[in-house]
Design a protein around this ligand. Structure first.
Ligand code: BDP
Length: 720
């Protein structure tokens, strides 16, 4: 009798377990990101079973403890086995983690000295005569990175027998920049409020802070700038330093340092100084005391990020001092503590009538060699502003004596917000792979950023975060891929965006090749799709004003010329595009001669950058044989068609994805399809007023007249 009841219970439990394990049927909301650790297929479980014998992590180090716990959590989930965490004895197949300080790791004679502080080795070895997998590094954080890597191999089905992996980050500072305000609004954020609950900190913390750190550590991100570059001085007051210190304590074992955006005029605003002149000794003393105060609370504080004399922010030029004067004064304040200053090159001046695309170069290039050694200049990927496509920023390769770090935007301010599926790995990779020719062929942006081209040890890559309190973190399932890809490319700027997409899709949804292949293909094409339906052939900055949601190519009434889309496209009866050659602004001359020659000649410029650099006649003959107007319309049509194809493709993938997330993505694609059509129709309706030509055969007229599109208003669009 008892046995019967027991047996029935057992059968029930097994049935529930089986149900829970049957992947796609299970409800998921995206919170788990790429760290879901759902059970692998039975055959794969068998393959990795040896790893489940034991996890030996005898060293007393907070990061190593987290690494062991993560392996335990991961393998328990993936292999549906309870993996013994044994501090000492090595069972055959066990995982051994640690640094050279562990006697058994030391005995292996591994080449740890080549790994730096954050690199790691994963190897199949023999320990005490038994087969084992070792994860070894020079620091606990290196071990943690290695643990996540091993888990990724299991998650994506990579072989782990005779494993021999060595990984060292090529970039030192791998940072998220949060444009988060103290009231929890997020500038250009589309995933809900800020995850930093400043009001409740430091007394009350949220478990999300740990999950945030863990997700970032899994992709190698090692720093976070907590507050908006349009900074409030309040972030530097004692109460807010205490709040930031609490976050720093939580992030520390995950290898993540905290940084703050500094408001230039803080000495005036906080302490009533008369000036913020960087050469005034009282100002320098104020910053030095402020840095001392911050370091007393946060001993490993990373340093400051500064947006100065840009878009109305105060800065050293208010006192007729240069960016270098300003950066160096701040750098001196943090230097005794090992801190750095990241000084942004995103500047363009109100009064400057010159082509906006030229201004950062014109201001910063002459300062090359004048920055202190703990300053790094942070440059956006392109010379205008995070557009769907921009040629690489001409400063890359042009300041050999100054370390430059990359600033990418992960949040999709200009690419349809969180609702559009656009895989930014393709955009990041395109910029990084661009050849500056600064030192001849092969002088890629990636090699500027990783320091190898110009011999800089201080290197960095920042991504403007797309994270908020939305349950799925990023406002949509697929935007998680952009956070993920940023981290992986910051670790290795020469990594393949396609390969990264495959890893992400496999971990986030399913490793079935029948799923991964079409999804990766869709992701890789998605970036070109958004370029086509928003700003094809080198067009840029045609988004509606302020919020940047939807098309506004007709806008011409804003206070500053370079805030108006008409400034950028310059359409007229003859043609369209911004002449940046010698007959125009000559911005093209800021590139190294081979690049300038190629881009400056209408016969050799890649069509994707055509209207960025040239004003082109509507009847100009394109590579396709079509005239420019017809080609432009064809590109808009192609973008719309690509989104339709994405929808159709995703619909067929339902069998591989849990119903909730599948339906979620389906709904987002429907919005994207509608908005792609809107972009195409509004743009064509507007540009047709200049081109005055019929649409190419088969291309349908816009659904509404131009006035309809011009009248649309979105006063409550997010992120503005
Ligand atoms: C622009 C954004 C603005 C940012 C600025 C920046 O629209 O919100 O403050 O960049 O990067 O693209 O400073």
């Amino acid at each position: 009798m008892r046995k019967g009841v027991f047996g029935a219970c057992r059968a029930l439990i097994l049935a529930v377990v089986a149900l829970l394990a049957s992947g796609p049927a299970m409800a998921e909301d995206g919170y788990d990101l790429w760290l879901r650790y759902r059970p692998l297929a039975d055959s794969a479980q068998a393959r990795y079973r040896p790893l489940a014998t034991a996890i030996a992590a005898p060293q007393d180090d907070p990061s190593i403890r987290i690494a062991a716990a993560e392996l335990h959590r991961g393998l328990t989930g993936l292999l549906r086995a309870d993996v013994p965490a044994s501090a000492d004895a090595i069972a055959p197949g066990a995982i051994l983690l640690g640094t050279g300080g562990d006697r058994r790791i030391a005995a292996l004679g591994l080449p740890l000295s080549t790994l730096g502080r954050e690199g790691y080795l994963i190897r199949s070895v023999r320990v005490d005569g038994k087969p084992a997998t070792v994860i070894a590094a020079n620091s606990g954080v290196g071990v943690l990175y290695g643990a996540f890597h091993l888990l990724r191999l299991v998650q994506t089905g990579d072989p782990i027998d005779r494993i021999d992996i060595r990984s060292v980050p090529k970039v030192e500072l791998r940072l998220l920049n949060h444009w988060d305000n103290l009231d929890r609004s997020v500038e250009r954020g589309y995933a809900g409020q800020s995850i930093w609950d400043w009001w409740k900190l430091p007394d009350i913390t949220n478990p999300r802070y740990v999950d945030y750190a863990r997700a970032n550590a899994s992709i190698g991100i090692n720093g976070t700038v907590l507050n908006n570059v349009n900074a409030k001085a309040d972030s530097l007051t004692a109460p807010y330093i205490a709040k930031a210190a609490k976050l720093a304590d939580i992030f520390r074992p995950y290898g993540i340092r905290v940084y703050l955006s500094a408001r230039w005029s803080a000495p005036i605003e906080i302490s009533g100084l008369k000036t913020a002149d960087p050469l005034d000794p009282a100002v320098a003393a104020w910053w030095k005391a402020k840095a001392d105060e911050i370091y007393a609370a946060i001993p490993d504080f990373g340093g400051f990020l500064v947006k100065a004399n840009s878009e109305g922010q105060p800065g050293p030029q208010d006192y007729h001092r240069s960016h270098a004067d300003g950066a160096n004064m701040l750098a001196a304040a943090v230097k005794p503590h090992g801190g750095i200053v990241m000084w942004r090159a995103f500047v363009y001046a109100h009064e400057n009538p010159d082509d906006r695309a030229r201004q950062a170069y014109d201001e910063f290039k002459p300062l090359d060699g004048r920055f202190a050694d703990n300053v790094i200049v942070q440059v956006k990927n392109g010379a205008i502003d995070f557009q769907p496509r921009e040629p690489f920023h001409p400063l890359f390769g042009a300041m050999p004596k100054t370390p430059l770090m990359m600033e990418f935007q992960i949040t999709k301010e200009y690419l349809g917000f969180a609702t559009h599926l656009v895989y930014l790995g393709a955009l990041f990779e395109e910029t990084l792979a661009s050849d500056t020719f600064a030192k001849g062929k092969g002088s890629t942006v990636a090699r500027v950023i990783d320091g190898s081209l110009e011999g800089h040890a201080r290197t960095g890559m920042a991504g403007v975060a797309n994270i908020g309190v939305d349950r799925n973190w990023t406002g949509s399932q697929f935007d998680q891929a952009n956070w993920y890809a940023f981290g992986r490319l910051a670790w290795d700027p020469e990594a393949s965006a396609r390969r990264i997409a495959a890893d992400w899709a496999g971990m986030t949804f399913s490793t079935d090749p029948a799923f991964v292949a079409p999804v990766v293909d869709m992701m890789m094409r998605s970036r070109e799709a958004v370029v086509d339906y928003m700003t094809p052939l080198g067009l840029h900055h045609l988004m509606a004003t302020g919020h940047h949601y939807g098309p506004g190519p007709w806008v011409d009434d804003l206070e500053r010329p370079d805030w108006n889309p008409v400034y950028y496209h310059r359409a007229d009866a003859q043609g369209i595009g911004f002449d940046r050659t010698k007959t125009g602004s000559n911005a093209v001359a800021q590139y190294a001669p081979p690049v300038a020659r190629q881009l400056g000649d209408i016969r050799t410029v890649p069509e994707r950058d055509l209207l960025w650099f040239h004003h082109v006649r509507w009847d100009h003959r394109m590579a396709s044989g079509r005239i420019l107007w017809d080609e432009l319309v064809t590109r808009y049509d192609r973008g719309v068609a690509e989104v339709a194809a994405m929808r159709a493709r995703w619909a067929t993938l339902a069998p591989y994805v849990d119903a909730d997330r599948h339906a979620d993505v389906m709904r987002f694609l429907a919005v994207q399809a509608r908005e792609a059509q809107w972009w195409r129709d509004a743009s064509i309706a507007y540009f047709a007023t200049f081109a005055r030509r019929p649409l190419p055969a088969g291309s349908p007229p816009p659904a509404h007249d131009l006035d309809y599109y011009k009248a649309l208003r979105f006063p409550y669009a997010p992120g503005n």
